[in-house]
Design a protein around this ligand. Structure first.
Ligand code: BGC
Ligand code: CA
Length: 137
Protein backbone atom coordinates (compact mmCIF):
# COMPACT_ATOMS: atom_id res chain seq x y z
CA UNK A 1 0.00 0.00 0.00
CA UNK A 2 1.32 3.44 -0.90
CA UNK A 3 0.51 6.64 0.92
CA UNK A 4 1.02 10.35 0.73
CA UNK A 5 2.80 12.30 -1.95
CA UNK A 6 4.41 9.17 -3.48
CA UNK A 7 1.07 8.47 -5.13
CA UNK A 8 -0.61 11.87 -5.16
CA UNK A 9 -2.96 12.12 -8.10
CA UNK A 10 -3.18 8.33 -8.51
CA UNK A 11 -5.93 5.87 -7.60
CA UNK A 12 -5.52 3.58 -4.61
CA UNK A 13 -2.76 0.99 -5.11
CA UNK A 14 -1.26 2.87 -8.06
CA UNK A 15 2.12 4.49 -7.54
CA UNK A 16 3.27 7.75 -9.01
CA UNK A 17 6.41 8.43 -10.96
CA UNK A 18 6.68 11.66 -12.93
CA UNK A 19 3.54 12.27 -14.98
CA UNK A 20 2.24 8.72 -14.64
CA UNK A 21 0.59 6.31 -12.25
CA UNK A 22 1.67 2.66 -12.37
CA UNK A 23 -0.10 -0.46 -11.16
CA UNK A 24 2.00 -3.58 -10.56
CA UNK A 25 -0.32 -6.56 -10.96
CA UNK A 26 1.09 -9.68 -9.28
CA UNK A 27 -2.02 -11.64 -8.31
CA UNK A 28 -3.31 -12.40 -11.76
CA UNK A 29 -0.56 -13.48 -14.15
CA UNK A 30 -1.91 -13.12 -17.69
CA UNK A 31 -1.07 -13.57 -21.33
CA UNK A 32 0.23 -10.31 -22.80
CA UNK A 33 -2.99 -9.57 -24.71
CA UNK A 34 -5.15 -10.18 -21.63
CA UNK A 35 -2.88 -7.99 -19.52
CA UNK A 36 -3.33 -5.24 -22.11
CA UNK A 37 -7.13 -5.64 -21.90
CA UNK A 38 -6.98 -5.62 -18.10
CA UNK A 39 -5.08 -2.31 -18.14
CA UNK A 40 -7.53 -0.87 -20.68
CA UNK A 41 -10.38 -1.59 -18.25
CA UNK A 42 -8.73 0.92 -15.92
CA UNK A 43 -8.22 3.52 -18.63
CA UNK A 44 -4.57 2.49 -18.77
CA UNK A 45 -2.04 0.82 -21.09
CA UNK A 46 0.68 -1.73 -20.48
CA UNK A 47 3.66 0.30 -19.25
CA UNK A 48 5.87 1.88 -21.91
CA UNK A 49 9.43 2.65 -20.94
CA UNK A 50 10.86 5.58 -22.83
CA UNK A 51 13.68 6.70 -20.55
CA UNK A 52 16.30 5.22 -18.25
CA UNK A 53 14.80 7.09 -15.29
CA UNK A 54 11.41 5.43 -15.79
CA UNK A 55 13.14 2.12 -16.33
CA UNK A 56 15.10 2.50 -13.10
CA UNK A 57 11.91 3.26 -11.19
CA UNK A 58 10.02 0.29 -12.65
CA UNK A 59 12.83 -2.22 -12.21
CA UNK A 60 13.30 -1.12 -8.60
CA UNK A 61 9.62 -1.80 -7.87
CA UNK A 62 9.65 -5.04 -9.86
CA UNK A 63 12.70 -6.26 -7.95
CA UNK A 64 11.04 -5.39 -4.65
CA UNK A 65 7.87 -7.30 -5.57
CA UNK A 66 9.81 -10.10 -7.36
CA UNK A 67 8.58 -11.91 -10.47
CA UNK A 68 8.55 -11.13 -14.16
CA UNK A 69 6.45 -8.26 -15.59
CA UNK A 70 5.04 -7.62 -19.05
CA UNK A 71 5.63 -4.21 -20.60
CA UNK A 72 3.67 -2.73 -23.52
CA UNK A 73 6.20 -3.46 -26.27
CA UNK A 74 5.96 -6.02 -29.05
CA UNK A 75 7.29 -7.04 -32.47
CA UNK A 76 4.21 -9.15 -33.25
CA UNK A 77 3.51 -7.37 -36.54
CA UNK A 78 7.00 -7.13 -38.01
CA UNK A 79 9.78 -9.34 -36.66
CA UNK A 80 12.56 -7.29 -35.00
CA UNK A 81 10.55 -4.08 -35.40
CA UNK A 82 9.91 -3.38 -31.73
CA UNK A 83 7.09 -0.95 -31.02
CA UNK A 84 5.27 0.50 -28.03
CA UNK A 85 1.88 -0.82 -28.96
CA UNK A 86 -0.45 1.90 -27.64
CA UNK A 87 1.05 4.40 -30.10
CA UNK A 88 2.82 2.14 -32.62
CA UNK A 89 6.11 3.98 -31.96
CA UNK A 90 9.51 2.41 -32.39
CA UNK A 91 11.78 1.96 -29.38
CA UNK A 92 14.13 4.86 -28.97
CA UNK A 93 15.36 3.97 -25.50
CA UNK A 94 15.85 0.24 -24.79
CA UNK A 95 17.68 -1.84 -22.23
CA UNK A 96 17.72 -5.47 -23.31
CA UNK A 97 19.32 -8.19 -21.22
CA UNK A 98 22.52 -9.80 -22.49
CA UNK A 99 21.76 -11.74 -25.68
CA UNK A 100 18.20 -10.42 -25.89
CA UNK A 101 15.94 -10.12 -27.80
CA UNK A 102 16.64 -13.66 -29.05
CA UNK A 103 13.18 -14.68 -30.33
CA UNK A 104 13.73 -18.06 -28.69
CA UNK A 105 11.07 -20.29 -30.24
CA UNK A 106 9.11 -17.20 -31.36
CA UNK A 107 9.01 -14.41 -28.77
CA UNK A 108 7.20 -11.16 -29.54
CA UNK A 109 6.44 -9.43 -26.24
CA UNK A 110 8.69 -7.45 -23.88
CA UNK A 111 9.09 -8.05 -20.18
CA UNK A 112 11.19 -6.94 -17.23
CA UNK A 113 12.98 -10.17 -16.40
CA UNK A 114 14.39 -11.11 -13.00
CA UNK A 115 17.09 -13.28 -14.65
CA UNK A 116 18.60 -10.21 -16.29
CA UNK A 117 18.53 -8.05 -13.18
CA UNK A 118 15.30 -6.64 -14.60
CA UNK A 119 16.65 -5.67 -17.98
CA UNK A 120 14.33 -6.60 -20.85
CA UNK A 121 13.63 -9.96 -22.40
CA UNK A 122 11.43 -10.94 -25.32
CA UNK A 123 9.09 -13.78 -24.33
CA UNK A 124 6.17 -15.73 -25.74
CA UNK A 125 3.12 -13.45 -25.58
CA UNK A 126 0.82 -16.37 -24.75
CA UNK A 127 2.65 -17.20 -21.51
CA UNK A 128 1.34 -15.76 -18.27
CA UNK A 129 3.27 -13.21 -16.27
CA UNK A 130 2.72 -10.32 -13.90
CA UNK A 131 2.39 -6.97 -15.60
CA UNK A 132 2.49 -3.20 -15.12
CA UNK A 133 -0.30 -0.83 -16.15
CA UNK A 134 0.33 2.87 -16.76
CA UNK A 135 -1.91 5.91 -16.99
CA UNK A 136 -1.62 9.65 -16.70
CA UNK A 137 -1.62 11.06 -13.16
C1 BGC B 1 13.28 -17.28 -21.86
C2 BGC B 1 13.83 -16.63 -23.09
C3 BGC B 1 15.19 -16.06 -22.80
C4 BGC B 1 16.10 -17.11 -22.23
C5 BGC B 1 17.46 -16.56 -21.88
C6 BGC B 1 14.26 -18.30 -21.35
O1 BGC B 1 13.81 -18.86 -20.15
O2 BGC B 1 12.05 -17.90 -22.15
O3 BGC B 1 12.98 -15.60 -23.51
O4 BGC B 1 15.73 -15.52 -23.96
O5 BGC B 1 15.52 -17.68 -21.09
O6 BGC B 1 18.30 -17.55 -21.41
CA1 CA C 1 14.07 -14.00 -25.08
Amino acid sequence: MEFGCVSAGCPNHWIRYGKYCYLFVTRYPMEWIDAMTFCKTYGAILAEVKSSSVNTFLRHEARRLTGIFWLGGSDMFIERSWKWMSSNTRFYYSTWGHGEPNDSGGEHCVQLHSSFNYAWNDAKCQNRFNFICQKAA
